[in-house]
Design a protein around this ligand. Structure first.
Ligand code: SF4
Length: 367
């Protein structure tokens, strides 16, 4: 484990379509649920044919943000990843997008020795100009003082970045790298079938992630860096927050055949760097944890049993209108999905409350 604190070497978190009927079909007669349609037998000489409800669509892959979201609150995970409910634009998320782009431009367009603060601030201006006209920026509609405040805060984060490391020392070999690896997976009973749900065995579990930055250290070894624009975690949450970069280390190990010697989170707000050294134990632990989370998601989809987990995360949750723990009504989910697909058609049908069409709370942050 590396150290923590400010300084250049300081130590040192696709979904299937929403809706029903597209998941894996349970074996006829298996499982404890029976909420779907059932057709009786035609005669004694023919087997009973049952069409059970197939539950919610199971996501196609697992990413660090999905793991974190499911652990934070399974119900919010369902609303976001499975139901794909619309979420309001987030200035914090957009700021992260702009910062990532600016630092990417700094690494690729400025050779080592010319990555100055002035150059980084110029890249920030360019990144903002490019992205503010895009879908994410347009949805926010930043104007006037709000726009100026956004830019000034982003500039402060760039200045903080230079407290954490000297970009001239970075031997970058990749940015925004999409990696994916399939690992062997079988349900919890590990006998080729899931006797409780009847879910068929899955041959593989797909893990995916986008690595902010991959570089070489002085010895030519891989280092994974992840930029964060939100608050750094307290000491107690530090290890949990490193789950995302360990996920990336696992992907490097599987895809490139080389395990990074270091993974690090650069929290630009404080600024604080948090790092760790991947090990045999952390790589194996990541695979075990991913498999366990995947199994829990599969079962939750099958049983449509995603439970709320009220806590601090609720402050950033956009789904209060649907959450029973917040006095919301989960039956509004289907109306919200219909409104998102075709707002005009929805107005002809059941009325959808305004807060469902346009939730006012900020987006659940992904990491
Ligand atoms: S309001 Fe809280 S408990 Fe409800 S879905 Fe959101 S995060 Fe989960």
């Amino acid at each position: 484990m590396l150290g923590r604190g400010p300084g250049r070497t300081g130590r040192g978190p696709q979904a299937g379509a929403g809706g029903r009927g597209t998941g894996s079909a349970p074996a006829a007669g298996a499982g404890s649920r029976g909420t779907g349609s059932a057709f009786g037998s035609a005669s004694r000489s023919h087997p009973v044919v049952s069409l059970l409800s197939m539950g919610l669509a199971i996501p196609g892959s697992l990413t660090p943000s999905k793991v974190a979201a499911f652990k934070d609150c399974a119900l919010a995970f369902r609303f976001s990843v499975i139901d794909r409910l619309p979420e309001p634009p987030s200035a914090q998320a957009f700021k992260g997008t702009v910062l990532h782009r600016a630092l990417e431009l700094l690494m690729w367009e400025q050779p080592q020795g010319r990555r100055t603060l002035e150059a980084a601030l110029a890249k920030l201006d360019r990144a903002f100009a490019e992205l503010v006209a895009g879908p994410e920026g347009s949805a926010l509609g930043l104007e006037g003082d709000e726009r100026e405040g956004f830019i000034e805060d982003a500039r402060e984060l760039v200045r903080n970045y230079f407290v954490l490391e000297d970009p001239d020392s970075v031997r970058v070999i990749g940015t925004e790298l999409l990696m994916q690896a399939d690992i062997g997976f079988s349900p919890g009973l590990r006998d080729g079938s899931d006797q409780e749900t009847g879910l068929p065995p899955e041959a593989t579990l797909r893990l995916r992630g986008i690595i902010d930055r991959l570089e070489l250290d002085d010895d030519g070894e891989l280092v994974v860096t992840d930029y964060k624009t939100g608050r750094a975690p307290g000491e107690a949450q530090e290890q949990a927050r490193l789950g995302g970069v360990h996920f990336y280390a696992f992907l490097c190990d599987k895809v490139l055949g080389r395990r990074p010697v270091r993974v690090q989170l650069l929290h630009l707000r404080e600024p604080t760097a948090i790092g760790a050294v991947p090990s045999d134990q952390s790589i194996a632990g990541l695979e075990l944890q991913a498999t366990a989370i995947w199994e829990a998601i599969r079962r939750a989809c099958y049983f449509e049993d995603f439970r709320p987990k009220p806590g601090a995360v609720c402050e950033r949750c956009a789904f209060h209108a649907y959450c029973p723990a917040m006095g919301g009504d989960i039956s509004l989910v289907h109306a919200a999905q219909a409104a998102a697909r075709d707002p005009a058609a929805c107005e002809l049908g059941e009325p959808v409350p305004a807060e469902v069409r346009a939730p006012r709370l900020p987006l659940v942050a992904a990491w």
